[in-house]
Ligand binder design. Structure first.
Ligand SMILES: Nc1ncnc2c1ncn2[C@@H]1O[C@H](COP(=O)(O)OP(=O)(O)OP(=O)(O)O)[C@@H](O)[C@H]1O
Ligand SMILES: [Mg+2]
Length: 415
């Protein structure tokens, strides 16, 4: 099954190293008359999507299986989980786009739609895939039918799906940020949520229906709390980095198609890829300033421009790391940094080992809480082998660097 891979050769470096210095030369790019800023979003749907062929292939197979399945075997749940910025939402959107082109109805739902039929029918009424991406002649949007029927008195989501999906070749429900369903574990609507999840998971809607879910590393556990403990083989993906070829293709597309880069972009792609480790969020950290600078400079890729891109990208990367640890107490960061400092950047741990690191300092319950927080925030991510690792080597180095710096400060202060 697809998962995080650690095969790409990587160049990790400590914050504060030469290329990462905060004191690099200022941007000297000769901007033309105040050019409009190129807008590059760093979350969600990818303008230039590459890679993830294996996952897309599995989802296409699931659709085909669901279409051919006998009653009671016409769908399932497919879960994409990973750290923030791994590319879950972009991949959900891509999977959904392929399904829509194949004539499936795709609807983005939220967790309330799992127990509230009115909410579900509202969700069915909103196309998730923008019109231009749907094939000409695709199944027309039929959810208004389901709304009418809901208003006419269908009182459960399960029944609504059974009725609404009758008209469809297949229905794909896309639920992003699915870790939030854990809130239903102790909720009065838990029975209805469980019913809906089970109906889809067991392929019992009576028509092809797939729940395509994306969420942080705690998502599988959230499903477990609602009674979905076993997924079909291959139906959970722990999303890791992009392979080098896809990473380079993404950078190239942004530089050339949005930045208007002229000439050989290889030196810029090489330099950016050395910083991004195949991590989609990191790619966007560098591509955002790159597009702006190249565009402002009429497609020229100058050494000064590249220096500015690297400086700004590194700052954004560090902001990302800070956001990962902001909910951890200083002491927790120290404990984690100390444990990481004795291990290589590509080391992975059993879950019990990570808990062990903290149970030396805290009660068992508190160690478990911190472990969950660390996985939730993507400081550690699940690997394809079901172990845990810092998903990006430069984040490992950053955590260790922060730990060493804090320890030196404590020592200097005589603590
Ligand atoms: N395969 C890809 N090809 C090109 N760009 C991608 C790809 N995957 C992700 N991206 C881009 O990387 C950025 C981060 O991706 P995305 O928002 O999907 O991450 P995420 O895992 O959903 O993060 P979060 O947990 O914060 O919601 C986005 O700008 C997205 O468009
Ligand atoms: Mg997302």
């Amino acid at each position: 099954m697809q998962g995080s891979t650690r095969t790409d050769k990587e160049c990790a470096e400590l914050p504060g190293s030469a290329s990462n210095s905060e004191h690099s030369a200022p941007l000297t790019q000769p901007f033309s008359s105040d050019p409009p800023r190129r807008r590059v979003k760093d979350r969600g749907r990818a303008k230039y999507f590459h890679g993830r062929e294996e996952v897309l292939g599995i989802v296409a197979e699931l659709r085909a299986d669901a279409e051919q399945g006998a009653a009671g075997d016409q769908g399932t749940t497919f879960l994409i989980q990973g750290a923030p910025g791994a590319g879950k939402t972009a991949l959900l959107y891509r999977c959904a786009g392929e399904a829509a082109r194949d004539g499936w109805i795709v609807a983005k739902i939220d967790s309330r739609a799992l127990h509230d039929p009115i909410r579900m029918s509202e969700c069915l009424d909103k196309p998730y895939i923008i019109q231009s991406e749907r094939s000409v002649g695709a199944t027309p949007w039929v959810a208004s039918v389901s709304r009418t029927k809901t208003e006419a008195g269908i009182s459960s989501v399960s029944r609504l799906l059974e009725v609404a999906a009758q008209e469809m070749k297949g229905l794909m429900l896309v639920l992003d940020e699915v870790q939030n369903i854990r809130d239903y574990a102790n909720h009065s609507h838990k029975p209805e949520v469980k019913d809906t999840l089970n109906l889809i998971h067991n392929g019992e809607v009576g028509r092809p229906v797939i729940l395509l879910a994306g969420g942080l590393g705690t998502s599988q556990k959230a499903f477990g709390r609602l009674g979905i403990s076993r997924f079909h083989d291959g139906c959970i993906v722990n999303l890791g980095r992009l392979p080098a070829s896809a990473e380079r293709a993404v950078i190239q597309d942004w530089l050339v198609k949005d930045g208007g880069a002229e000439g050989d972009a290889t030196p810029w792609i090489d330099a950016i890829a050395r910083e991004t480790h195949g991590w989609p969020q990191h790619i966007m950290c560098f591509v955002q300033p790159a597009v702006h600078i190249v565009h402002s400079n009429h497609g020229q890729m100058t050494p000064d421009g590249l220096e500015a891109v690297l400086r700004q990208g590194q700052q954004r990367k560090e902001n990302y790391y800070l956001a990962r640890v902001e909910d951890l107490e200083e002491q927790d960061r120290m404990v984690l940094g100390r444990a990481l400092s004795t291990r290589p950047a590509d080391a992975s741990f059993r879950g019990s080992e990570v808990r062990g690191i903290f149970s030396g300092e805290y009660s068992r319950a508190e160690a478990e809480r911190i472990f969950e927080l660390i996985v939730h925030k993507g400081v550690l991510a699940r690997t394809r082998e079901g172990r845990f690792a810092v998903p990006i080597p430069s984040m490992h180095h950053w955590l260790v660097y922060q730990y060493r710096r804090a320890r030196t400060q404590q020592q200097d202060a005589g603590l």
